[in-house]
Structure formats: C-alpha cells, structure tokens
Design a protein around this ligand. Sequence first.
Ligand code: ZN
Length: 388
Amino acid sequence: MAREKYKGGRSHAETVDRKGLGRLRRSAEKPVGRESNWEGRHEDDTFVESHGHRERPSHTGERLIARFNRLAGLGAAQSAPGVAGEISGTEGNGLLVRTSAGEFPASVRRSLTKRIGGVRNPLAVGDRVHVLPPGDDPDSPSTSGVVTAVEPRRNQLERVDSHNRSLVHVIAANLDLLLVTAAVATPEPRAGLIDRYLLLAAWCGIPAVLVLTKCDLVPAASVTELAAIWRTVVPVHTLALVGDDPGLVALRTFLQGKSCVICGQSGVGKSTLVNALFPGTGARIGGVADAGHGRHTTVSARSYLLPGDGRLIDTPGVRECGVAGLTPVDVALHYPDLARHQPHCRFADCTHRHEPDCAVLAARDRGEIAASRYASYLSIVDEDLETR
Ligand code: ZN
C-alpha cells in the first residue's frame, strides 16, 4: 500500500540545494534515490519503502564501520602477536593501551596503519587490539608498546566534521551506552542540546539514558514535568546528589559492566555525579584537555575503568555532535516520539512541517508530542541541516 509523495509547495530538495547541502547529498552513495524521492519521481522507491517501514537507513557512518571492519578483519587478530588490550586514551596521534598488565603508550605497527589508513582516526577509545607490551618489539622504544592488530567494531559514536561535512570523526568505539547528563537548574537544562545528544545516539545505534541532576533545587512537580518530556523516549534517572539518594544505587547498578560515554553541557556537575556514583573516579572526569579540540587535530578521549568492569569515557569530542549529514526524514525517524506517528502521515516522505494531513503535527496539537521535542526537531531540520 504505497502512500503518496509530497508534491506541494517548494520541494525540500530545492531548499536544501539552495543552501549547499545538495553538494553533500550528491557525493553520498545513493544520491539519486534521495533526490528523486523528494522530487516525486519513481525510479527509486527503495528509499521511500524502507522509510515507510521505518527501517534504519544506512548512512556514512555505517559505511565507515563496515569498511573499518573489512580492513580490520584482514588482520586476523587471533593470529597477531602480542596480548589482548583496548585503547584507553587518544590525543593527537598518541595512543594509550590498557592490558591486564597495566596501561602504557603505544604506537601502531606500520603495516596495520597502512591497512586501515584509509579510515580517518583509524583507532578510537574502546577499540579492542592486540599489542606488544613495551620492550617486546626490538624496533620500537622500550617505553612504548606496539599495536599489531585491531578487532572489528560492533558500533561507534561519531560526529560529522563541522567544517567538512564529508568527514566523519570517530569519538569512541564498542559502546553500550551514551549517558546524557543535564541539571534541572543552575544551569537551566537546554532541551535542544539533550535532544541532539539523543539523536546522535539513536543515529549511531547506541542506547542512551538521561540523568537529571540537582533535582533538590526545584519542586518535585517540576522535576516530574521535566522528566516526562523524555520518559517516552529514553530511561530517565532523577538525582539530587545530596544525602543518601536511592537513585544513585539504581544508576550504579544500571551502569554495571557497561562501556559508556558521558556527555552534557558544562556546569551540569559531571564530575560530582561520577564521584557520587564511583568515589575516586570523578575527580579525573572533565580533566581531558580541550587542546585536541581544534579543527586540524584529533579529539582527545580517555576511558576510566569502573568497579564491576564498566568503562566511563570522557571526551570533549561529543560536545560538537554534528548531525549535518542527515535528511529531515532521517531526523524524524530517530525521534521515536515523532516516528511512531509517521506511518499515519499522508505522505511517506513527510517532514512534519507544513505538509497536509500530517499525523505528527496532529499529535503535537493533541499534546501527545512534547512541545519542546517538536521545537528541537524543527530547529535541527531548519538550522543544523541547512545552515551549518
Ligand atoms: Zn508528517
């Protein structure tokens, strides 16, 4: 049962091309399908159909991870010399590797660099590797180990370069969770930023949770109201961080054994939260310098071992989460509260802005979609995708 395609008004392809994103789209793998979709032609209905069934579309990051895994697989990690380890820190071209024997700086064996060199930021925090510990390789300095092989990734958190949208930076690999932190007051929570983090997580296929802190600063009813905005989308933990908050125990249990990236606007008390959860760890969180944050350098990142074999990854890279490579349909499909109404829109390629018989707009008017969630969707589609 094919739905109509939207033909009224100015087509979105036209809007996007005017602003220059068309260039990016033409360089993507299936540009014709996407553009013809917006223009209502029929030679490539695959895109519409896959979106009609709400399957996750493939994107640059998925192609990148597939390519990485193909190249990494050639290395046959099982037979590579060295011991098992993981990348626990990156800064510029420097790497830190953690093994059962401890943590040390390491370089990457030339043959491995050559093989995976076509991928930007070939190794990221969280990558599982084989490494020769310092002193084991006669060709390298005795203070540094040598990475000989890397295992395929199961996922990666990535961002699109803000200056060159055809570049994807890998922030971290092999993750179980994106931990989004926000304070309910001082500073006021920025709903748009929270939604961008959640979109990034959904786009990368990584589960997310929202932790609202400083809940003792506002009336309980306000906390409930704020949490309700996101409860239909992700698990929400509300914490006061004063006294003996039972919420801490629940969150600590939840994080047990997980590898997670922590993110949130500055001033939300990330280190206080981490200290409360895992005494002794929080002091170091937020200490990753911004030095690697510039245009031409690799973003630094650091992972910390948590009790119970979890990992907490701190990186400034996630602050610049770029969603520039997405189309409005991609964005809507990764907003679960919007996506669940999308099948009832009259047009399969509805962007939920001005199209007639839009089920999302109707749901928003009935109060079934939080006003702030719809507002952040609009702001991403109208500003992030078109003017950045
Ligand atoms: Zn719609």
